[in-house]
Design a binder for this molecule. Structure first.
Ligand code: EPZ
Length: 440
């Protein structure tokens, strides 16, 4: 059992290393969870927000920062660019970023560990006019190309050459404004070009931009740093470049995917959990789906409660860009549907290979049949504990949810995936009555 939650930024790194050694989780399922879970700051907001540290020589302070392996990796990446990332404040959840850019290369060994490293490209180009960033490559859920990032930067005047697995980008005359229409929604490309455009010469318009709450959080922080941006929360964002950005303080929004994950934990165990600091508005499609499936959700001032008294019934979902059902909740919802009455269909439209959790859930007695981008789930009366393997971040947590509901013992291996995106997952679940522990 991990007994020492990281209470300082440094110990997050040692905790991460320890988690990599203690790489299995054991769950004895069957306990309805009850209690309160405090939602941490959003991983997918913190990553671009930390990158904003490259956009100014002044101090940027971020609060409500979760203790996650991916954020530690981003801190390492920024440090080798010359941006120091240090704990500040008294709660151990605030970071101070500052410094001048001394290196414009993002190396393969860091980028290959975390694809979001590509987000430094736009900021480096906008600040110093050059960058050499390793191509992120694919991951378990898909090929994950970055062509939209590169085409957008070229439209802003960047000269981009690929060689030996690296993106070599220069903007000798700086970046200039451009009218960019995304052929399809990309969160990362929207973020990269938002940061690049904030310091470009002239005005940039992003059409068919991503509207995820993490994008709005990034826009709020950039505006606090002096950027001139209109269209927050819409699919058309206009950025008027400014000569320089200054420091700011920004509180990171709560993690909507962590919120949805623990809502599914309450639902799949027939429990009753209050999600503190959760924002229901950021999860509209998920809350709608949960209610359709028979889950009772009651909103309060500082979060919402999730309870399931009677049976669940199967419903169909299709993943879509925000405000649609988020792809990052697909695996978790599939685990929930595996114990619902009747059949349900899950269609994944964002990534081409995001059903890696299916064979593992079927090992636990689920009856899921995946064909192409859709999966049919025939609900079963109960799941049975088994040895299973985590393959990616959200697949890992879907196995945790299944283990919480299953009869008997579940051992999940390769749970280092979990630590990339869920802070203190065992502690938060154990506090609600789960029989869960980390094993070496
Ligand atoms: C972000 O990834 C998130 N990651 C993902 O969360 C999330 O699943 C995804 O957005 C979709 O919401 C972070 O924010 C760090 P995209 P991103 O660009 O930006 C294709 C998690 O579990 N595409 O919106 O990489 C791409 O292959 C992670 O927390 C191109 O073809 O996603 C995908 O099929 C997983 N060319 C689709 O677009 C490009 O240039 C959406 O990708 C860019 C993307």
């Amino acid at each position: 059992m991990l007994t020492k939650p990281a209470n300082t930024w440094d110990s997050a790194a040692s905790l991460y290393q320890e988690c990599k050694i203690m790489d299995r989780i054991r769950i004895i399922g069957g306990t309805p969870l009850s209690g309160t879970i405090r939602i941490s700051g959003a991983k997918n907001a913190a990553l671009p927000l930390m990158t904003c540290g490259l956009l100014t020589d002044e101090r940027l302070v971020l609060s409500n920062v979760a203790k996650l392996a991916d954020l530690q990796t981003m801190a390492e990446l920024l440090a080798q660019h010359g941006i120091a990332v240090e704990p500040t404040g008294t709660d151990g959840r605030s970071l101070s970023l500052g410094g001048a850019i001394t290196n414009t290369e993002a190396p393969y060994d860091i980028v290959s560990k975390m694809r979001a490293s590509i987000l430094v490209l736009g900021a480096l180009l906008a600040r110093v006019g050059n960058a050499r960033v390793s191509l992120p490559g694919g991951c378990n859920i898909g090929t994950r190309p970055v062509d939209l990032h590169l085409k957008g930067l070229e439209a802003m005047g960047a000269i981009i050459k690929l060689d030996a697995g690296y993106i070599n980008a220069t903007a000798p005359k700086g970046l200039h404004g451009a009218n960019i229409v995304f052929p399809f929604v990309s969160v990362g490309a929207t973020e990269n070009l938002l940061m690049a455009a904030s310091l470009a010469h002239g005005t940039t318009t992003l059409k068919n931009a991503a509207r995820e709450p993490e994008i709005s959080d990034l826009v709020k922080c950039l505006i606090a740093m002096g950027a001139k941006i209109e269209g927050i929360g819409s699919d058309t964002i206009t950025i008027e470049g400014v000569p320089a950005l200054h420091g700011a303080h920004h509180a990171i929004l709560p993690d909507r995917i962590e919120t949805g994950t623990y809502a599914c934990a309450a639902a799949i165990t027939g429990g009753d959990i209050f999600l503190e600091n959760a924002r229901a508005d950021d999860l509209g499609a998920v809350i709608h789906a949960l209610r359709d499936a028979g889950v009772i959700i009651t909103e309060a001032d500082n979060g919402f409660s999730v309870k399931r008294k009677n049976g669940l019934h199967g419903i169909d979902i299709v993943t879509e860009p925000f405000p649609g059902f988020p792809t990052d909740m697909q695996a978790q919802f599939m685990a929930l549907m595996s114990v619902a009455e009747g059949a349900s269909m899950v269609t994944e439209t964002i990534f081409e290979n995001r059903f890696m959790h299916v064979p593992e859930l079927n090992r636990m007695g689920a009856r899921i049949n995946a064909h192409g981008s859709s999966a049919i789930i025939r609900g079963v009366s109960h799941l049975s504990g088994a040895q299973v393997m985590a393959t990616d971040l959200r697949a890992s947590v879907s196995l945790v949810l299944a283990g919480l509901a299953a009869q008997g013992e579940t051992i999940i291996s390769r749970v280092y995936h979990l630590d990339r995106g869920y802070e203190s997952v065992e502690q938060k679940l154990a506090a609600c009555g789960a029989n869960i522990e980390r094993l070496a």
